[in-house]
Design a protein around this ligand. Structure first.
Ligand code: SAM
Ligand code: SF4
Length: 317
């Protein structure tokens, strides 16, 4: 459906949990313990919200978190979503730790596309950034996705002084692999605030540094500007919420694991869907209002501050 500014909102991102098996330095505090939460939506409630969203014209669903692959029954959630009329694209965003073993069954359940977050190709640095993870596991997961022909994007957050020396190696992955490697500008949210002042590297800086990258004439669903190395199989994308807002092209809303709709990632607006879960018409109606009134834009650029009350692991990026 169209929002009040005429943007076509056809995409919902669903955060399934606030829990995660990693503690990336720019996202979650190292010693943070996320409790099991009794307020989480049940699987059938997620399905009800997605059904209402699909009635309003949502075609694409992405499951995220926290880490979506630690959620029990993720395959069931995906397969139930795939039976909803109008939903033709189901994706996940994952840190990849559990993906190698699950990729086949996820695909069988209806998963079409996978975004794997990967900030470094160096094993020690991977341990440093994620504070728990294993690079081997993520590399296995990437290979498994490629062998299953799942559409694959790799998302990299660059931080000056930490992984900016790897930009060239990361870009080179696209020479021979059918992937889109996307650099995401660090956002001043949660742990990201600690690194933001000295750590932000803008997309423009990278594009200037690597003159070999040539723009290709398309936007990645309105969010990433796409480039290519000469003769490469894959693409390189830049997601620039800080240096180049894409609010005018925004096509999405977010659902938290606690049943809150967030029409904008960085706005404090949240609409609680829980009271409407047993009222199909009411649910469609409150969702329609939330989408229609989606804020015009965020204020990350002007204020270097997100107005959201939620952190990245709570809203899923
Ligand atoms: N755990 C999954 C993962 O890491 O892919 C999904 C959730 S995670 C919050 C989604 C994305 O948000 C990841 O690609 C992560 O790198 C990104 N992210 C987290 N904190 C960020 C920050 N402060 N600035 C920019 N991106 C961030
Ligand atoms: Fe977990 Fe993803 Fe946040 Fe890393 S970025 S701590 S993997 S939620």
């Amino acid at each position: 459906m169209l929002d009040k500014l005429g943007r076509n909102i056809n995409y919902i991102r669903v955060s399934l949990t606030e829990k995660c098996n990693l503690r990336c330095i720019y996202c979650m505090p190292r010693d943070m313990c996320v409790e099991d939460n009794k307020d989480y939506l049940e699987n059938e409630d997620i399905n009800k919200v997605l059904k209402a969203a699909s009635i309003l014209g949502v075609k694409k669903v992405r499951f995220t978190g926290g880490e979506p692959l630690i959620v029990k029954d993720i395959e069931k959630i995906i397969s139930e979503t795939s039976t909803l009329a109008n939903i033709d694209d189901i994706a996940i965003t994952t840190n990849g730790m559990l993906l190698a073993d699950m990729a086949k069954s996820l695909k069988r359940s209806g998963l079409k596309r996978v975004n794997v977050s990967l900030d470094t190709l160096n094993k020690d640095k991977f341990k440093f950034i994620t504070q728990r993870g294993s690079l081997d596991r993520v590399e296995n997961a990437i290979n498994q996705c490629l062998s299953l022909n799942l559409e694959l994007k790799i998302n990299t957050v660059l931080i000056n002084g930490i992984n900016d020396d790897e930009v060239e190696d990361l870009i080179k992955l696209t020479k021979n692999l059918p992937i889109t490697l996307r650099f995401i500008e660090l956002m001043p949210i949660g742990e990201g605030e600690k690194f933001y002042k000295n750590g932000l590297i803008t997309s423009a800086e990278i594009i200037k540094r690597y003159g070999e990258l040539k723009p290709i004439n398309s936007l990645d669903k309105g969010v990433a500007q796409l480039y290519k190395l000469p003769n490469s199989i894959g693409k390189v994308g830049f997601i620039s919420p800080i240096s180049c807002k894409f609010c005018h092209n925004c096509n999405r809303v977010r659902l938290s694991c606690k049943g809150l709709i967030k029409p904008c990632l960085h706005s404090k607006d949240e609409i609680d869907l829980k009271p409407y879960l047993n009222n199909d018409l009411g649910l469609v109606s409150v969702l329609r209002d939330s989408i229609y009134n989606k804020p015009k834009e965020h204020t990350l650029v002007s204020d270097a501050e997100s107005m959201s009350k939620k952190l990245m692991y709570q809203i899923g990026g």
